[in-house]
Design a protein around this ligand. Structure first.
Ligand SMILES: Cc1cc2nc3c(=O)[nH]c(=O)nc-3n(C[C@H](O)[C@H](O)[C@H](O)COP(=O)(O)OP(=O)(O)OC[C@H]3O[C@@H](n4cnc5c(N)ncnc54)[C@H](O)[C@@H]3O)c2cc1C
Ligand code: SF4
Length: 232
């Protein structure tokens, strides 16, 4: 028996066109889902669906229906939650008519899993800011700091603010079928030209495929030839 786990397309093209990208689907819908047959119901006021939005329209809030999902086009920032993020209700209070509640787990429960992901998928970054919990160093040093980053660092130090470099799920070294980052600066909204940007499509899914328990079946889609993962 087999079943489909992914209904999205494989995004195979590498055209980093600033108009036809994930953020401006109006001009070229490259990350799915297909517009026909995939409306999203919108509710204004009552409980009944009173309007609908197509994937190419702004109100859809598309997060990429593609192999790799959002990680295919994400910005690769690999932050951990702050310990207080788990206790928002008890820390800041519950706004009127809000369903805000503390998480039933704390930072310490997730920390070991953050570390597994950081090491297995590959995150580069620096030491944690002084107001963040200590943790194991990332497997790779952070990317070279930019001129703007230097200015921000200087400004933070002048103000006495703690700071750290943004942890990025980007590999600085080629390997495992992935190239190193060439600093094209087009992470957000685009596919990575060298596969340096880590996503499920170039990290965990190939491992799943290699076990023989998941495979890619061919399917024709609007974005060209596409594949689906099937488990069995
Ligand atoms: C432009 C952009 C930049 C971002 N930048 C960052 C960032 O820097 N750092 C960060 O942490 N997060 C970032 N995010 C958010 C991050 O990408 C998402 O939070 C994350 O990918 C969500 O993961 P998920 O597995 O919950 O869902 P998704 O990644 O959306 O995966 C859902 C998967 O399920 C598939 N699917 C949907 N419906 C079906 C169905 N009926 N049957 C089978 N399969 C289905 C989809 O095709 C998709 O592959 C960004 C997102 C975008 C769009
Ligand atoms: S090459 Fe580097 S900067 Fe360009 S998309 Fe890939 S990870 Fe991002």
């Amino acid at each position: 028996m087999s079943w489909y786990l992914e209904r999205g397309h494989v995004i195979e093209h590498d055209d980093r066109d600033h108009l036809r990208n994930h953020r401006y689907s109006k001009y070229g819908h490259n990350t799915g889902p297909d517009s026909p047959g995939n409306p999203r119901g919108l509710r204004w006021g009552g409980w009944v669906c009173s309007d609908s939005s197509a994937p190419i329209e702004g109100a859809y809030n598309n997060n990429a229906m593609a192999l790799g999902g959002g990680t295919r086009v994400f910005g690769a920032q690999a932050w951990r939650f702050h310990p207080l993020d788990f206790q928002m209700a008890s820390t800041y209070g519950i706004p009127h008519e809000s369903s805000l509640a503390d998480w039933p787990i704390g930072y310490e429960h997730l920390a070991p899993y953050y570390e597994i992901i950081e090491w297995e998928l590959g995150v580069c970054g620096s030491a944690p800011a002084s107001n963040l919990p200590a943790r194991r160093a990332y497997p790779m040093e952070s990317m070279a700091i930019t001129r703007r980053g230097q200015l921000l660092t200087q400004a933070a130090e002048k103000l006495g603010w703690s700071h750290q470099r943004v942890p990025l799920m980007i590999t600085r070294f080629p390997g495992s079928g992935r190239g190193a980052c060439i600093e094209c600066q087009h992470c957000v909204g685009f596919c990575c030209p060298t596969e340096a940007k880590g996503g499920t499509q170039n990290t965990v899914l190939p491992i799943a495929q290699a076990t023989g328990n998941a495979r890619f079946g061919l399917r024709r889609g609007r974005c060209g030839s596409s594949r689906m993962i099937r488990g069995r």
